[in-house]
Design a protein around this ligand. Structure first.
Ligand code: P1T
Length: 381
């Protein structure tokens, strides 16, 4: 089945009792049993819920995996992966990643004896140097949030293979429309489904997708034992969002490209970070593992003034200043004070998250209105 068909039909069955084309929102916490253990496959909604099952099957299908697991948030799904580890285990992660992931690793799991190496992963040698017999996870986010670096997933898979190391890819920015990490050799794909999968800024959710049965059973055990599941309404909303993922992503990519090129030629703009530019340091890897370049980009301002960035953000009208990304509406953000404030300033600045950096999640509005909005705001500085 082609991807554009899978987003609509993959893993889906019409409701067996009524024929409903969309799965009903099974708003129930529990299920009647005829005799203890004699039930119709569902016992309690933390353990399983039919609306969540429909979503989990869809997730598995669109990522070319065999098993999907949906969680209460992206961070809850990352938390579940980390609970596969034991004290003393080591994780190699990119130094340019979502601030909340960094916080979960460095403020929570470090306390439990997990060691993290945060390295520039676009240079594969930096990863190789950190691998030892305690390494259990290589954590990739690609494109990275917010600097849009691209990490070579195939090369990471070659490093982790046959070494008892799990390769995890946070596929939030790319989505399976652009990139399929399991096909490139990853063991686990992770999503903040809050973003493009949901696509409408109306739900917070996380997702994991794997191919391996044993790994899926371990994660399912953690999902049920720790309990950070998503509810049936949220499952329904994300399932509905996924059905238009391909058409939304196509427009996100078109608008993203238009905005990136516009900003690049603007006299007030310093650097534009977008993997579609030929001069982007990882452009060739992006081309080899992604179908297109996505709707996320960041840019700095000439003169690097914090006040200028704030003025622009306060004056954009079509772009809404808000945390998050991946919805149909365009959003703007200031990583150093918003999404990445939990990363120490020196660490932030080392990777380029300076005070004039603005991140855009380019939505699917008319290109003309987006460019005019940016022009109006940039004129003010
Ligand atoms: O917010 P939540 O659903 O828990 O997902 C966390 C997360 C994980 N990975 C990536 C790449 C992310 O971007 C996020 C969440 N990011 C934002 C809220 C943001 O504005 O960048």
């Amino acid at each position: 089945m082609e991807f554009n068909t899978k987003v609509i039909h993959g893993g889906q069955k019409h409701d067996p009792s009524t024929g409903a084309v969309m799965p009903p929102i099974y708003q129930t916490s529990t299920y009647a049993q005829v005799s203890p253990g004699d039930h119709k496959g569902y016992e309690y909604s933390r353990t399983g819920n039919p609306t969540r099952t429909a979503l989990e099957n869809s997730l598995a299908s669109i990522e070319n995996g065999n098993y999907g697991l949906a969680f209460a948030s992206g961070l809850a799904s990352i938390d579940a992966i980390m609970k596969l580890l034991q004290p003393g285990d080591e994780v190699i992660s990119t130094n340019d990643l979502y601030g909340g992931t960094f916080r979960l690793f460095s403020s929570i799991f470090k306390k439990f004896g997990i060691k993290f190496h945060f390295v520039g992963m676009d240079n594969i040698d930096n990863i190789e140097k950190c691998i030892n017999d305690k390494t259990k996870i290589i954590w990739v986010e690609s494109p990275t949030n917010p600097m849009l670096n691209i990490i070579d997933i195939r090369k990471c898979a070659a490093l982790s293979r046959n070494k008892n190391i799990l390769l995890v890819v946070d596929n939030t920015f790319a989505t399976p429309y652009l990139q399929k990490p399991l096909d490139l050799g990853a063991d686990i794909v992770m999503h903040s489904a809050t973003k493009y999968l949901g696509g409408h800024s109306d739900v917070v959710m996380g997702a994991l997708i794997v191919k391996d049965k044993e790994l899926s059973e371990k994660l399912y055990f953690i999902q049920n034992a720790s309990g950070a599941v998503c509810g049936p309404m949220d499952s329904f909303l994300v399932l509905r969002g996924i059905k238009t993922l391909h058409v939304r992503m196509q427009r996100h990519c078109e608008n993203g490209s238009a905005v990136a090129h516009y900003l690049k030629s603007h006299p007030k703009v310093g650097k534009v970070y977008w993997p579609g530019f030929e001069e982007h340091p990882n452009h060739d890897i992006a081309k080899s593992q992604m179908k297109d370049f996505g709707g996320m980009l960041s840019f700095s301002l000439k003169g690097d003034k914090y006040e200028d960035a704030i003025k622009i953000l306060e004056n954009l009208k079509v772009f809404t200043l808000a945390e998050s990304l991946g919805g149909v509406e365009s959003l703007s953000g200031h990583p150093s004070s918003m999404t990445h404030a939990s990363i120490p300033k020196e660490e932030r600045e080392k990777i380029g998250v300076i005070d004039s950096l603005i991140r855009l999640s380019v939505g699917i509005e008319a290109e003309k209105d987006l460019l005019a909005d940016l022009e109006n705001a940039l004129q003010l500085v």
